[in-house]
Design a protein around this ligand. Structure first.
Ligand SMILES: Nc1nc2c(ncn2[C@@H]2O[C@H](COP(=O)(O)OP(=O)(O)OP(=O)(O)O)[C@@H](O)[C@H]2O)c(=O)[nH]1
Ligand SMILES: [Mg+2]
Length: 361
């Protein structure tokens, strides 16, 4: 999973990137406004994986990972001016956005609009992305029209369906709404994959608060699909992420009444936002967590591990994590209680399933 951190200049993107990844890229109050990208891969902590690993004592324990990219350089006006190729490329590669919105007051940090107004800033980037998508839609519509005029595209059902779909996309964006709010079918979403629509990506809005002031989320009605809003104190979280002693971390968190470091919180929220769950593979060599979408099948799980496993899939041996733990990690006991299930291709993977794929190629 790849998440892109975006937002207006000086909103605190790099600060939050540092908080999430434990990196220490310099942050400074004068934004260059240029495309500048930092990338880091983090492990997704999982206490269940730790416990399975404690039982197997494998040579290797592998966590699921998330890649964060801090994408600097977006600003008001990108919709009109158009995205540069490299910027578009960075944005299109991510599975979802973390949209950082400045909510902290600090005279030492200039604001591109001179005043701090989180809701306005949130709407600014949202609006720019809708405009970017609208232009993509209109370009495609122009092409479709051209094909029709040239007689290249006969009125095939496929052509008609595409024209209709793009009319719906157009109407949605004209109404000032993101594409992810439409109830598109899986088929339609698939057909749109190549366009890299910005407003189709799940988005986590992060209000970056200072130590005082009111939380903008309190007065906000952000009723959108695949969108979640959270608030955190970026600068403080970045400082906490630099601490190495767990006792110091605990002390800091208690002092500032932070329940959980944003590092963990955001991973959790992102999994929910993108509809991802974990399954585990286990053995003497390796115990490992894998991401798979909710509603994914055992065949999807097999494919996540290796295409060969999906190709030669025979069946999946599945144990629920809780059943494994109830049996104190004894496979014999799990089997004796009938808790190891043999499942076919269509089985829907549940969060925490421990899976062995039987295959033959
Ligand atoms: N007071 C305060 N300052 C912050 C906070 N978060 C970030 N800053 C400061 O704001 C300035 C900009 O932060 P960055 O993290 O560099 O912001 P950015 O969005 O990455 O900026 P560009 O990449 O240049 O657009 C720095 O001086 C940070 O120290 C915060 O929560 N409180
Ligand atoms: Mg930055």
């Amino acid at each position: 999973m790849r998440l892109g951190i975006i937002g207006l200049p000086n909103s605190g993107k790099t600060t939050i990137f540092n908080a999430l990844t434990g990196s220490s890229y310099p942050t400074d109050p004068f934004s260059s406004g240029q495309l500048e990208v930092h990338t880091a891969v983090v492990n997704v902590p999982d206490a269940r994986l730790d416990r399975i690993s404690a039982i197997y004592k494998p040579k290797k324990t592998t966590y699921a990972t998330v890649t964060y990219t801090d994408i600097g350089g977006l600003d008001k006006g990108i919709g009109q001016g158009g995205l540069s190729g490299p910027m578009r490329n960075e944005l299109q590669q991510v599975d979802g956005f973390l949209h950082v919105v400045r909510a902290f007051e600090d005279e030492a940090v200039p604001h591109p609009q001179n005043t701090v107004n989180a809701i306005r800033d949130l709407e600014t980037i949202d609006g720019e992305f809708m405009l970017v998508d609208l232009i993509t839609v209109e370009n495609r519509q122009a092409r479709l029209e051209e094909e029709r005029k040239k007689g290249k595209a006969a009125a095939t059902p496929q052509y008609t369906a595409e024209v209709e779909l793009f009319e719906r996309l157009h109407a949605q964006l004209e109404a000032g709404l993101p594409l992810r709010d439409m109830d598109l079918t899986a088929e339609e979403i698939k057909s749109l994959r190549g366009y890299g629509f910005m407003t189709l990506k799940p988005t986590l809005v992060i209000f970056n608060m200072g130590d005082s002031g009111t939380d903008p989320a309190q007065n906000l009605k952000y009723d959108h699909q695949q969108a979640i809003v959270i608030t955190l104190r970026g600068k403080l979280e970045a400082e906490i992420a630099q601490l190495t002693d767990p006792d110091d971390v605990a002390m800091f968190l208690a002092e500032y009444e932070i329940e959980k470091p944003s590092r963990e919180r955001i991973l959790q929220v992102s999994y929910d936002l993108l509809g991802i769950q974990s399954f585990f593979t286990y053995g003497e060599d390796e115990v490992r967590a894998w991401p798979v979408r909710k509603g994914g099948s055992s065949l999807d799980a097999a494919a996540a591990i290796h295409t060969d496993l999906a190709r030669g899939f025979i069946r999946a041996e599945v144990i629920a994590y809780n059943d494994f733990m109830a049996a104190n990690g004894s496979l014999n006991e799990v089997k004796a209680h009938g808790k190891m299930r043999l499942e076919g291709k269509e089985y829907l993977v549940q969060d925490g399933d421990m899976i062995v794929i039987r295959f033959n190629i």
